[in-house]
Design a protein around this ligand. Sequence first.
Ligand SMILES: *Cc1c(COP(=O)(O)O)cnc(C)c1O
Length: 378
Amino acid sequence: MKVPMVDMLAGYPPIKDEIETAVKNVFNKAHFILGEEVTKFEGEFAAHNGTKYAVGVANGTDALRMAILAAGIKPGDEVITSPFTFIATTETISQCGAIPVFADIDPASYNLDPKSAESKITGKTKAIIPVHLYGMPCDMDAIMAIAKKHGLKVIEDTAQAFTGKYKLGGTDWKYLGSIGNCGTYSFFPAKNLGAFGDGGAVTTSDDKILETLKQLRNHGSKVRYHHEMEGFNSRLDTVQAAVLSVRLRQVEKWTEMRNAVAAKYAAALDGVCVTPVVPANCRHSFNYYTIRFDTKSKRDNAQKYLTGQGIANQIYYPIALHLQEAYAHLGGKRGDLPVCEAVQDTVFSLPMFPELTDEQIKTVTDAVKASLTVSVGK
Ligand SMILES: *Cc1c(COP(=O)(O)O)cnc(C)c1O
């Protein structure tokens, strides 16, 4: 049985009528740029996250770019982040003229290791960008303590982790993205809250950051043709906002379904490979389900075996950013960040979406187990 990585249409039938009505409504009003659906969705999204504001933007990459600028990061500043993430996290740092500085990751969560992050702080450091990879919360108590101690801004890359939660200070459940100065989100179709195209948002509770974000996404202007600064053309599309409002009402249920799938994967793969361990002070959003083997050859063999069986799989991410050609000028090399390098060589991700059936889960986990008994070769 073939199993896809994600099934974009599985969740559609129950909300098809609602989405099509919402979209037709936009077509009939023809207020396509920053229409009222955008403002409505921004209010709903901020309320969901427990932040004062949300600003809809064109995609998750622009959300990072504009959050970095709005947080006051200037050319030459250093920004500490994880090397084990999608390049959007760091290309936006560089494109703002700042310098990405890579710290190592934690071997259990695969997220930024706060101790390593603190060791990278210099006189030029202005911010930390924790990335809640796969939907697993970063150690936000430790990261916020370091930021406070050193006067740094925190921008949470929440592209994979919307609906994930963290119990701040061991007592206070907060949605990921609502803890630092800004949270950035992607509504790329395969993320937890996917649009029917590109979309993104930044959340904040800071009035000044809000004002700057609203200007930045609209060519630096508050009043048309009056530009206090240069900005971008990066607004959330009104049609996408209409779709997102409908899908937002389902997303908590979908995350519960993802967590149920994850529990079944973990039960079936117990003792077979390393499965995600979610600490008691965290709720994982399970955008991806990532397993780890003790050797690269077992991982590579499992990957080939699953692919041969028609089971989709993916390595997020096969080459850590400090080893990418794009960052050769930063001088990174093998051995610099040993935990990250060991993890990149031994992980891969299995199909994950809310509607994954028991039969599909069994097909996938049986294949992972079988891969340990047969060598696939090239
Ligand atoms: C998807 C993603 C982004 C970028 O989002 P887009 O909407 O595709 O621009 C940024 N960071 C991480 C970690 C992502 O997974």
